[in-house]
Write a protein that binds this ligand. Structure first.
Ligand code: NDP
Ligand code: 1BO
Length: 316
């Protein structure tokens, strides 16, 4: 079985550096995907309440635990607080719902999903009245509640997602620095400054959409195809590997956690096998040249007419 690299968190907990993404994995597909992944050797599943599939993910985890495929100690489960539960009193119930869906007593990591707030009960805003500003739902209060759920043992670690240095400093000032920051990262968005900022503060960076998030709705016609990029394809040929495997191994080599999504059994195994590859310094250098600050997820869902948020303001 492929050996699993880990990254050390500030408290010396080892976090598996490779996991399975579950955004857009449909109910009806995600149960099998998680079971196949855990049987193949995956040790980390990335979830979120808003993905609408935690119940099925939980069923697959429970069945895999009961079948002895893995033990709870070997498994890392991340989930995320949705934007409609940022008010202090809403954080714990949101995590309790996630725990019930995942059929777990605790998760390994709970993240604030976005620095964006909606009114309680709103899945996605339909009008201006559905949003809360960060004055109305301050991230510091949300973070205080995250610290409380950690103290209560509902999650072993707490962290953030889609946040930049200004917000990380703000939350750190509340009393505890995030353990992890989960952000988009791949060769076209290498996040070098943010990676350095996080590593100087013992914050692990998790790279989402490492393959370019090709199954998203509302893709732009002109978005770059990472999986077809000539540099990636050339390295893939040199190593007798696939383009996806090069992208995944690159992310691990540069010291990030990476969580490619797949519901296809062959690709689930292929992605895990990327951990066995070795990229040379020249290959790493060639990929380093591909950075162009390109975001596949540019925050457009949160900056529509009536929203108090702006695209530039999200990543601060
Ligand atoms: P990815 O970059 O992981 O791309 C997923 C797409 O790649 C799917 O279409 C998948 O298809 C395809 N794919 C998977 N493996 C291969 C392969 N070996 N060869 C070719 N195609 C492949 O996109 P995501 O945006 O889903 O990001 C990964 C995960 O990161 C998410 O699922 C989620 O868990 C997390 N995330 C977190 C966000 C946040 O705000 N914190 C935002 C976005 C993502 P198929 O399934 O058919 O194999
Ligand atoms: C709204 C998109 C969330 C993906 O994690």
């Amino acid at each position: 079985m492929t050996s699993q690299p880990t990254l050390s968190l500030r408290d010396k907990t080892e976090m598996p550096a490779f996991g399975l993404g579950t955004w857009k994995s449909k109910p009806g597909e995600v149960y099998d995907a998680v079971k196949v992944a855990l049987s193949a050797g995956y040790r980390h599943i990335d979830c979120a309440a808003v993905y609408g599939n935690e119940n099925e993910v939980g069923q697959a985890i429970e069945d895999s635990l009961n079948a002895g495929v893995i033990t709870r100690d070997e498994l890392w489960v991340t989930s995320k607080l949705w934007n409609n539960a940022h008010l202090f009193d809403d954080v714990r119930p949101a995590l309790e719902q996630t725990l019930a869906d995942l059929r777990l007593d605790f998760i390994d990591l709970y993240l604030i999903h976005w620095p964006i707030a909606f009114r309680p009960g709103v899945g996605f805003p339909a009008g201006p009245e559905d949003w809360l500003t960060l004055k109305e739902a301050p991230l510091e209060k949300t973070w205080e509640a995250m610290i409380e759920v950690k103290k209560a043992g509902l999650t072993a670690q707490i962290g953030v997602s889609n946040m930049g240095p200004e917000r990380i400093e703000l939350l750190t000032g509340v009393g505890e620095a995030p353990a992890v920051n989960q952000v988009e990262s791949h060769p076209h968005l290498q996040q070098r400054d943010l990676l350095e900022f996080c590593s100087n503060r013992d914050i692990v960076l998790t790279a989402y959409s490492p393959l370019g998030s090709t199954d998203r709705e509302h893709r732009k016609d002109d978005e770059p195809a990472l999986l077809e990029h000539p540099i990636i394809c050339e390295i893939a040929e040199e190593l007798d590997a696939s383009a996806a495997q090069i992208l995944i191994k690159w992310a691990v080599e540069r010291g990030t956690v990476v969580i490619p999504k797949s519901v296809n059994p062959g690709r689930i195994e292929e992605n895990l096998a990327s951990l066995e590859l070795s990229l040379t310094d020249e290959q790493m250098k060639a990929i380093a040249e591909m950075d162009k600050g390109y975001r596949y997820l540019d925050g457009e869902f949160f900056t529509k007419k009536g929203s108090p948020y702006s695209a530039d303001g999200i990543w601060r």
